[in-house]
Design a protein around this ligand. Structure first.
Ligand code: PEP
Ligand code: MN
Length: 355
């Protein structure tokens, strides 16, 4: 299945990278919303985000002001001219947000992970023309992300985009939600015209990671950035550590290097030819390695030996991991590769032994 995508075509917004959406994690008070919006518009931001309904992991946290915050969003629009965006998680949210004239809706990571919720939102969107951005699900599952985009698209929403906010992980030390860049890159490969917006705030979970993550997203050719910005970040009622002052956001955006993602130049084509050639050599070597490994299997069969000899396997992992480090590669990366090679080798040996 394919997505039917038309450009987001946001009124009054130039088609230029990065498309910037900024604002507080949550709409807390009318003053905080207005103050933040005024500072952002002063710094050139044209799309204001704020969570009206907040999905919280545990009950008892600040769950958003709810419908009472919608008139504040209307004030932002009326007084600053910015477009407004908020998260919707239920058909009731969709209805209330649309009634209040919210310009852009987004589906949060926890909601994307639940096809029932996404379908209920899609049903509520039938016959409506509003841009919808779908955040990646909390878990690194590209099919779930694609499925949510397809559900919303099937409801007739053609102005659709994705937000990449990273994926939850049990052992991440640096990031709140590690980016796992290969997943949005794969999404882009599947749907080349789908705009992807990076959310460095939820990805990093820390102010100081917003700039490098934004730069990485731009270097990968993503279309936009959604950044949490608050007039008094330290006192924010949610996600305080990852929000920046509007003027800090301006500083970060100002320093981004935006490279054109135009067609490959001649010198890149030359380098790509070299990569293709090296990949061919890698394939040849792997094929040879597998052949030798099948020969070993014949020997093991003849001498009634087991396929996996753990000492030999550990020796390979250690030796090659250390060698990889000497060659400037991460030892973990080399271990991963060897784990896969070993797995295939064992599969082929088992075939021979059980023949
Ligand atoms: C948010 O944007 O404030 C939010 C709750 O994000 P996510 O759904 O990515 O966790
Ligand atoms: Mn947040």
């Amino acid at each position: 299945m394919d997505l039917e995508i038309t450009p987001l075509a946001l009124q009054g917004i130039e088609q230029k990278r990065p498309l910037v959406i900024a604002g507080p994690c949550s709409a807390e008070t009318e003053e905080q919303v207005m103050e933040t919006a005024q500072q952002l518009v002063h710094n050139g931001v044209k799309i204001f985000r704020a969570g009206v309904w907040k999905p919280r992991t545990k009950p008892g946290g600040f769950e958003g002001v709810g419908v009472e915050a919608l008139p504040w969003m209307q004030r932002v629009k009326a007084e600053t001219g910015m477009l407004t965006a908020t998260e919707v998680a239920t058909p009731e949210h969709v209805e209330a947000a649309l009634k209040a004239g919210i310009d852009i809706l987004w589906i949060g990571a926890r909601t994307t992970a639940n096809p029932f919720s996404v379908q209920a939102i899609a049903d509520a969107l039938k016959g409506v023309d509003v841009p919808v951005l779908v955040k990646n699900p909390v878990n690194p599952d590209i099919e779930l992300w694609t499925g949510a985009l397809l559900r919303i698209n099937s409801a007739g929403i053609k102005r659709i985009g994705a937000i990449h906010r990273g994926f939850s992980s049990v052992d991440s030390k640096l990031y709140r939600n590690p980016p796992m860049w290969h997943l949005p890159i794969e999404l882009k490969r599947r749907f080349p015209t789908l705009p992807i917006i990076c959310d460095p705030s939820h990805m990093g979970g820390r102010r100081d990671l917003i700039a490098p993550l934004s730069q990485q997203a731009m270097d990968l050719g993503f279309e936009g950035l959604m950044v949490e910005s608050h007039c008094n970040p330290d006192c924010a009622w949610s996600d305080a550590k990852q929000q920046v002052l509007p003027e800090v956001l301006d500083f970060i955006l100002d320093r981004l290097v935006i490279r054109d993602s135009v067609e490959a130049t001649e010198s890149i084509s030359q380098l790509r030819k070299q990569i293709d050639e090296l990949d061919n050599q890698l394939m040849d070597l792997l094929t040879k390695r597998m052949r030798v490994s099948r020969e070993i299997a014949e020997y093991k069969k003849l001498h009634n030996m087991t396929v996996v000899q753990t000492t030999r396997y550990s020796e390979i992992l250690d030796k090659r991991g250390a060698q990889g480090a000497l060659c400037g590669m991460s030892p973990d990366f080399i271990r991963d590769i060897y784990e896969h090679i070993h797995e295939e080798s064992v599969r082929q040996q088992l075939e021979i032994i059980n023949k």
